[in-house]
Design a protein around this ligand. Structure first.
Ligand code: F6P
Ligand code: MG
Length: 441
């Protein structure tokens, strides 16, 4: 194990996860899951194309070009071609990508680069195709999937809204239990991400969202207590959410954020969204605002007043600056979070003003612990390297359902025991972790 501080994208602290080994989750993702994601973009474009009026000739012609470029990208991926430079497509981060590519992955392919780099690079390549167009620059090929998944979650959304109402009225002695419940809701919302469950149907979504009666039983490392011990000391503080997926996950995150404001632990919440379409279901600022507006408008067949009131309050928070949205390009860069301070000093500075940063989801977890083969008993604070020790960095917690074969912070023998219970416990989304570092402020 090399020193964590010397880690670089090609040499994380332990052996990097990558597609070189058949049978690993990384390999299967690159071989099977990513091509499906790319194909679905083509399907989405056809649907948008077919809905265009005849007079949109130029837009239609461009769409055909984009469809064929997406097809070429899939071909490169499936033939495991060498990763090429990102073209100067007018997006300032193209040179960040190329620097990283040349410095660490020169001559590497989709399967031989690290999984983290290759998977992030795919989404940057997709963006490049749209950026180079004239009339499709801001098109998000995942919007349709994100929106329809949220609409399919309506039962769970309405249920949660009802539950939230009572959780906002609890007495002093129930605050800790309520906090635990809300964190667990936010955590399990992370199960329904569209890059893992590429063929998710409405019934599956509902099943996943109901499966949490045993919410804590499947949390393999559970830092709810230290997390609460931190939160209960806060008064009118700033708390940050590094968001993951739009849809039901975001809805649960917003309820937790609202409660933190309502109980005055925080007077300001910063939400970190993605600047570009990312890992299919990740939240962009557009998705964030759409979700709130959709709740204000009410779902088609159920005009739930409670939901409207809740969402209107969220809109007011945004209007008054109590909630603030950001989408720094670092979150869609190829870099693991060890490098926030060097790659994005402005982001590091602003995070340092927070009292607690909540990282949602699997990809954020992979980036926190550098997506490598840590022994599962490695302490979380060791695995997050500089984020646990750097001067000024605040307390942080990871709320993540396990969807990739990296995990830290387990007890001796725990991983072996789980192997005997469910061979896919690391990747199925059925297990989770809540992990915490008090930071160094
Ligand atoms: O394709 C599967 C996958 O890419 C995971 O490996 C990845 O970490 C996950 O999807 C995204 O999950 P999340 O939305 O929780 O970050
Ligand atoms: Mg995601």
């Amino acid at each position: 194990m090399s020193s964590t501080l010397q880690a670089d994208p090609a040499n994380p602290p332990c052996e990097p996860l990558s597609g070189v080994n058949p049978g690993t989750f990384a390999y299967t993702t690159i071989k099977d899951r990513l091509p499906v994601i790319v194909t679905k973009i083509v399907d989405d474009l056809y649907r948008t194309y077919n809905a265009l009026p005849d007079e949109s000739k130029e837009k239609k012609t461009e769409a055909k070009g984009i469809i064929s470029e997406i097809g070429e990208l899939r071909y490169e991926l499936q033939r495991d071609r060498e990763l090429r430079d990102i073209v100067d497509d007018g997006d300032a981060d193209f040179s960040v990508w190329n620097d990283c590519l040349h410095t660490y992955f020169d001559g590497k392919t989709w399967f031989s680069a690290t999984w983290l780099f290759a998977e992030c690079y795919l989404y940057r390549r997709i963006r490049e195709i749209f950026n180079l167009s004239k009339l499709w620059k801001n098109y998000d090929p995942f919007t349709r999937q994100k929106e329809s998944t949220f609409m399919a979650s309506r039962t769970a959304v309405i249920e949660l809204t009802k539950r939230a109402e009572s959780l906002f009225q609890v007495s002093e002695n129930l605050l800790e239990g309520t906090f635990h419940e809300l964190v667990l809701i936010s955590l399990w919302g992370n199960q329904t991400d569209l890059s893992l469950f590429v063929n998710l149907q409405a019934e599956d979504i509902e099943k996943l969202q109901k499966a949490n009666e045993d919410a804590e039983k499947y949390v393999l490392a559970n830092a709810l207590e230290p997390l609460w011990n931190k939160v209960k000391t806060l008064k009118d503080a700033r708390i940050d959410f590094v968001l993951d997926n739009a849809g039901f996950e975001l809805f649960g995150d917003l309820i937790l954020a609202d409660w933190l404001i309502h109980k005055k632990y925080a007077s300001k919440i910063h939400f970190h969204c993605k600047a570009d379409p990312w890992f299919v279901s990740d939240t962009t600022e557009m998705d964030f605002m759409w979700t709130i507006q959709t709740c204000i408008n009410g779902f088609a067949e159920s005009q739930d007043e409670r939901l409207k009131t809740l969402a209107q309050r969220w809109a007011d928070y945004i209007q008054s600056g109590i909630w603030e949205l950001n989408s720094h390009k670092f979150w869609t860069s190829p870099y693991a979070f060890y490098h926030i301070e060097t790659q994005a000093p402005d982001l590091y500075d602003t995070l340092s003003k927070s009292s607690l940063v909540i990282f949602k989801g699997d990809l954020n977890y992979r980036k926190l612990v550098y997506d490598c083969a840590w022994p599962s008993v490695t302490p979380f604070k060791t695995a997050i390297g500089p984020l646990a020790t750097s001067t000024g960095f605040p307390a942080l917690c990871a709320l993540r359902t396990n969807k990739s074969d990296v995990i830290v912070g387990l007890k001796e023998g725990q991983a072996e025991e789980l192997d005997g219970v469910a061979s896919d416990w690391m990747v199925s989304g059925q297990y989770a972790v809540i992990q915490f570092s008090e930071g160094n402020q």
